[in-house]
Design a protein around this ligand. Structure first.
Ligand SMILES: Cc1cc2nc3c(=O)[nH]c(=O)nc-3n(C[C@H](O)[C@H](O)[C@H](O)COP(=O)(O)OP(=O)(O)OC[C@H]3O[C@@H](n4cnc5c(N)ncnc54)[C@H](O)[C@@H]3O)c2cc1C
Ligand code: SF4
Ligand code: SF4
Length: 451
């Protein structure tokens, strides 16, 4: 029997008291990082998480009747990216951008001509989910709405109408157990399903897909992926916003922008911006879950179509069409889209040696003047367009590889896919010099006995 998926965001009912978080009832002042970086999972005190592996992003599979598939499907037990790519595309990744972005057949910068209300960007994702229902191509869409009384706590829903999908627009930037809804899919007898979700959810769904198709009698599974990195639990999101914003309670929308700053829109329409370099990283130690720091699929490579923003210029969305089905899905909303060319500027390789040496130091903030200079250089000389996406993905791959090696070394052979080492190969010399070990492990240690 599945537990209530919305409890993943901290459990409890809406209390709506001033100074308290409406979902958890915790005093906002008391919120803080749930753990130090060395603890296995952020939610380890939550009973729902008993019996799960040390790394768990709370994808929801283990809340469903399909929990027995965890051992063979969970990406934190063992990743299956190369096999699934063979199944989906009949080939592996090519040299170049596919090493970082995953296999794709088309890449675009696009946006809805009429932005959807409440959307994170222009609303391509929910417009596509709604269109799949409108045209009868699917009978249900798994998506993440907001838990009642909150803006940002996720509540996975199985939407049966286009309006229900549209109502789920906007990021709920917290771990969301979307796969728990597979039980509802079974109960409703749905045979044609669309799934909207993050990379870990999609990897686990794809790994379980053959069994799910057989057990649910699924005839069609359409997968719309969003890029994802540095997700958090709901209480930790509250803590994070309290560290970076002058008024965390009034934030209605926020995004980590391509201009190297966090934009937070408040309920009076004002935009507050904080440069990434000004984040108090020392205070944020412990905010990010160990699973998200051990995640190597930023671009959601196993979706039919990935829709994000970071490879496109400010104001546009970044679209990677991966499969034939993804192409058909894009056609469905194409008349409502406008396109522009993707471009690329700057040289990410220049800053990477400095980034690698920074990884070797404890988190902290440089002095204010230096921060100002770095923010200026990032904004005016830093990588842009596709080069920005390459830079961010490579930095997260490096950071997460180093995190995993430091805190969960036995997991490396199982959770790091081979393209990670290929993508990072240009920095192997700097890595070895800084950390005193090779970037790519010996082949003989990739599958040690007993793992
Ligand atoms: C935690 C997080 C981190 C992200 N990081 C990046 C990034 O670094 N680079 C990048 O290019 N894009 C990132 N994205 C995706 C991006 O912010 C937008 O969600 C995406 O571009 C779609 O915009 P839209 O206007 O088309 O979506 P909308 O039409 O507004 O729809 C948003 C969809 O996202 C789903 N969703 C919201 N929150 C969650 C969640 N927690 N888990 C699963 N699904 C959810 C909703 O169900 C909805 O279907 C991230 C998203 C999340 C949730
Ligand atoms: S990530 Fe998903 S499949 Fe893996 S242990 Fe957590 S809930 Fe289970
Ligand atoms: S960062 Fe990775 S592990 Fe964490 S929620 Fe996003 S896709 Fe999943």
């Amino acid at each position: 029997m599945a537990s209530d998926p919305s409890s993943a965001a901290g459990g409890g009912v809406s209390m709506d008291q001033p100074g308290r978080d409406p979902l958890t009832g915790l005093a906002l002042d008391d919120l803080g990082p749930s753990k130090g970086l060395r603890a296995p999972t952020l939610l380890s005190k939550d009973e729902r998480l008993l019996g799960r592996p040390k790394l768990c992003s709370d994808c929801g599979l283990c809340d469903s009747q399909f929990k027995p598939l965890m051992a063979s499907s969970c990406t934190f037990v063992r990743q299956h990216i190369p096999e699934i790519e063979q199944r989906l595309h009949g080939r592996g990744r090519r040299e170049g951008d596919e090493l970082r972005f995953g296999i794709f057949r088309e890449m675009h910068a696009a946006r809805m001509r009429q932005p959807a209300s409440g959307a994170q960007w222009s609303g391509m994702v929910t417009s596509l989910g709604a269109a799949l229902l409108e045209t009868g191509q699917v009978e249900g869409v798994i998506t993440a709405a907001a838990a009642s009384g909150t803006r940002f706590a996720p509540r996975p829903v199985l939407a049966r109408t286009p309006d229900a999908v549209r109502a789920s627009a906007g990021n709920k930037p917290c771990l969301s157990p979307n796969l728990a809804l597979l039980d509802e899919v079974r109960a409703a007898g749905i045979k044609r399903l669309a799934f909207i979700g993050t990379g870990c959810q999609v990897q686990i769904l794809r790994a379980a897909e053959p069994r799910l198709r057989a057990e649910l009698g699924l005839e069609q599974l359409d997968v719309i992926g969003i890029p994802c990195s540095d997700n958090v639990t709901y209480p930790d999101l509250q803590f994070f916003l309290a560290q970076v914003s002058r008024s965390p309670e009034t934030i209605v929308h926020y995004e980590f922008m391509q201009d190297y700053s966090l934009w937070m829109r408040h309920d009076d329409g004002q935009i507050e911006r904080v440069n990434f370099i000004d984040f108090p990283m020392d205070k944020l130690d412990g905010v990010f879950p160990s699973a998200c720091l051990s995640c190597f699929d930023y671009a959601n490579s196993l979706a039919d179509i990935t829709i994000g923003y970071m490879g496109a210029r400010l104001g546009w969305q970044w679209v990677l069409v991966r499969t034939e089905r993804g192409q058909a899905m894009l056609e469905l909303i194409k008349p409502r889209l406008e396109f522009r060319e993707l471009d690329s500027a700057g040289d990410r390789a220049r800053g990477m040696p400095r980034y690698i040496s920074m990884l070797a130091r404890p988190p902290g903030k440089p002095p204010k003047l230096i921060r100002r200079l770095i923010a200026f250089l990032q904004r005016h000389r830093g990588p842009r367009g596709l080069e920005f996406a390459r830079a961010v993905i490579e930095m997260k791959l490096l950071r997460n590889l180093q995190y995993l090696r430091t805190h969960f070394p036995r997991f490396e052979p199982r959770v790091v896919h081979p393209a990670v080492y290929q993508a990072l190969a240009p920095y192997a010399g700097d890595y070895a010099e800084t950390f005193g070990r090779p970037l790519k492990p010996d082949e003989s240690s990739r599958n040690p006995p007993g793992l």
